[in-house]
Design a protein around this ligand. Structure first.
Ligand code: DX5
Ligand code: ZN
Length: 230
């Protein structure tokens, strides 16, 4: 039997207690998280406003886990260096957030960071076809970006399946590894759908942070065991 792919769980701090983000990050690390997903929103590209590089920098000493930074800001290019300097490990951008995706990915990689592309529910898979050699992660949105706690959009499962095939072909052809991450409405019910379609990393806000710190380990364990069921 083939080994199961390693599943990374990335709690989205959008659902954490913003009055104690440092403690919250330490608590999810202790509870078994793999990455910390940080949703950056500008009130313009998406209809919500969250945090900037100063907060990312302040959080950096609180964990050794990689920071998976999801930029929902436009134009995105002028702020990439600030997030890199603040301690981001992966920086993911939406193709719609700038005029030249290829150049944006070059910028992220030139800063020594992992580069990600995020596909909104209506954004076609083809957007990444010609940049596969420059990305470390593809993030499929299973909600429209802007808010936590929304319902998982199942029409995105086809997109995840298609990307799984393209990534596997890319790797078989000698290309580097690419993580396939899913973001939005991920919980123990939707997890097997996402992982069954080929996702190997899951962002979860509500499903990890519900119930407070005493529940985080069990919440993460529930996601992992739901994935094994697929
Ligand atoms: C939405 C964000 C998500 C969000 C997920 O724009 O990109 O990361 O926090 O939240 P849940 O898991 O609650 O759907
Ligand atoms: Zn996100």
């Amino acid at each position: 039997m083939a080994d199961l792919p390693v599943l990374r769980i990335a709690p989205s701090i959008l659902a954490a207690d913003f009055a104690k983000l440092g403690e919250e990050i330490r608590a999810v690390e202790e509870a078994g998280a793999d990455w910390i997903h940080i949703d950056v929103m500008d009130g313009h590209f998406v209809p919500n406003l969250t945090i900037g590089p100063a907060v990312v920098k302040a959080l950096r000493p609180h964990t050794s886990l990689p920071f998976d930074v999801h930029l929902m800001i436009a134009p995105v290019d002028p702020l990439i260096e600030a997030f890199a300097d603040a301690g981001a490990d992966t920086i993911s951008v939406h193709p719609e957030a700038g005029p030249h995706l290829h150049r944006t990915l070059q910028t992220i990689r030139a800063l020594g960071k992992r580069a990600g592309v995020v596909l909104n529910p209506a954004t076609p898979v083809d957007e990444v076809d010609h940049v596969l050699g420059m990305v470390d992660l593809i993030l499929v949105m299973t909600v429209n970006p802007g808010f936590g706690g929304q319902k998982f959009i199942t029409s995105q499962l086809d997109k995840i399946r298609t990307l799984r095939q393209r990534i596997d072909q890319h790797i078989a052809g000698g290309g580097g590894p690419i993580d396939l991450e899913v973001d939005g409405g991920v919980d123990p019910t939707t997890t097997p759908l996402a992982t069954g379609a080929g996702a190997d990393a899951l962002v979860a806000g509500t499903a990890v942070f519900r119930g407070g710190p005493d529940a985080y380990a069990e919440n993460i364990r529930a996601l992992r065991s739901a994935a094994e069921a697929s």
